[in-house]
Design a protein around this ligand. Structure first.
Ligand SMILES: Cc1ncc(COP(=O)(O)O)c(C=O)c1O
Length: 394
């Protein structure tokens, strides 16, 4: 029997949930923003209860044990040796992206990223007075989204001081191969471009036989010029607690990053640190059970979406996000269309890809089945309507 019940029904309405309150007064099931509808691991909840029971919430230091735990975790999971002092705690990964944009280069420089991508990647450069340059991911012969390294090579210039990478990739769910990351790191090294590698989804590898590979671990010569961003937030469903970190091996780069944060970026809060430590030390069994559950949800989504008229999606190797190509369905506004059918999805345009939608399948399987059925019925009805209106015109 499964020790952890991901099918349990917990009502999130009325809890100030960003995901659920978007549709507060409407009958729309939310499969959009990337948090999960599952309670965090019991070990996290026990640790939080104990911390709250202490009753004093004064200023806090990062727990020394957490640094050690992170170092051990990186080595055990990813064969990546890091030193405790390379870790810089952050109250959010988006904060890390924005700090990276300000810390590297100067206003007027260019920041590069691949499209589609998690929307804050597209916003952060402009907010820091940098220009944004986008290079599109392409589909290879096997139908996987891959980096277009030739286009990247052509686009690289001395003005490009920073590349924002998302690995594993949100929204496509891609786990990059070692060869891709090695080639990317080498191109950036030669061009003098720092990489900020957002690896927030690193623990959510669904594909059997695939492992996460930190970008900073692939090319020792480049390691000093990489800012890695990670967090327990997606993995253990604690994003509302704001506990994340950067790992920066290069002393100069780390200093610039920390100077940029000074006086602006607050410390991680006590409960965030408490949850992070409990998750990383006592959350592994729960995580393995979660991955099994997510794999089955992924399989369901792929089977259903790929048989819906006009929709298709590529295989999700990591994350709990499905990237759906709706361009064949003849919908003017796909997000609004599915909202009116009762399903709230993320708009592809925000990721730099109009005509696509992102579906978050980290929810109870019954909810997912209901949503997929609503989507299929809406598409079928729409097709019938289109067929009968084209008949009446002829
Ligand atoms: C790639 C990526 N980076 C960062 C974040 C958000 O991180 P945070 O909530 O810690 O700012 C998300 C959330 O969906 C994400 O997918």
């Amino acid at each position: 029997m499964n020790q952890f019940d991901f099918d349990a029904s917990i009502d999130r309405r009325g809890t100030d949930s960003l995901k659920w309150d978007k549709y507060k007064d409407r009958r729309i099931l939310p499969l959009w923003v990337a948090d999960m509808d599952f309670p965090s691991p019991p070990a996290v909840m026990r640790a939080l209860h104990a911390r709250v029971d202490h009753g004093i919430f004064g200023y806090t230091l990062p727990p020394a044990q957490l640094r050690k735990v992170i170092c051990r975790r990186m080595e055990r999971k990813y064969h990546w040796k890091i030193a405790p002092e390379w870790i810089v705690f952050l109250p959010g990964l988006v904060t890390g992206l924005n700090v990276a944009c300000r810390a590297v280069g100067a206003p007027g420089d260019t920041v590069m990223t691949f499209l589609p991508v998690y929307p804050p990647f597209l916003k952060a450069p402009g907010l820091s007075g940098r220009r944004l340059m986008e290079v599109a991911l392409i589909k290879n012969r096997e139908g996987n989204w891959v980096m277009d390294l030739d286009a990247l090579k052509k686009a690289l210039s001395p003005a490009i001081k920073l590349l924002l990478l998302c690995s594993p990739h949100n929204p496509t769910g891609r786990v990059y191969h070692r060869s891709e990351l090695e080639a990317l790191a080498e191109l950036c090294r030669k061009n003098g471009t720092v990489i900020c590698s957002d690896e927030i989804h690193c623990d959510l590898i669904l594909e059997h036989g695939r492992n996460h590979l930190p970008t900073a671990a692939v090319n020792p010569q480049m390691a000093e010029h990489i800012i890695t961003l990670m967090a327990p937030s997606k993995t253990y469903n604690i994003p509302g607690l704001g506990a994340s970190f950067a790992v920066i091996a290069g002393a100069d780069l780390r200093k610039r990053f920390q100077q940029t944060m000074e006086g602006i970026v607050p410390s991680v809060n006590i409960l965030g640190f408490t949850a992070a430590l409990a998750a990383y030390t006592r959350g592994e069994k729960w995580l393995q059970a979660l991955i099994r559950y997510l794999r089955r949800n992924r399989d369901l989504v792929e089977t259903e979406i790929n048989t819906m008229p006009g929709l298709s999606m590529t295989h999700v190797e990591a994350t709990y996000l499905a990237w759906i190509d709706c361009r064949g369905a003849g919908l003017e506004n796909p997000a609004a269309f599915f909202e009116s059918a009762g399903v709230g999805l993320s708009e592809g345009r925000d990721f730099g890809a109009p005509g696509f939608l992102r579906l978050n399948f980290a929810c109870r399987r019954v909810t997912l089945k209901v949503c997929l059925e609503k989507m299929r019925q809406a598409l079928e009805k729409n097709n019938q309507r289109r067929r009968s209106s084209s008949k009446s015109k002829t």
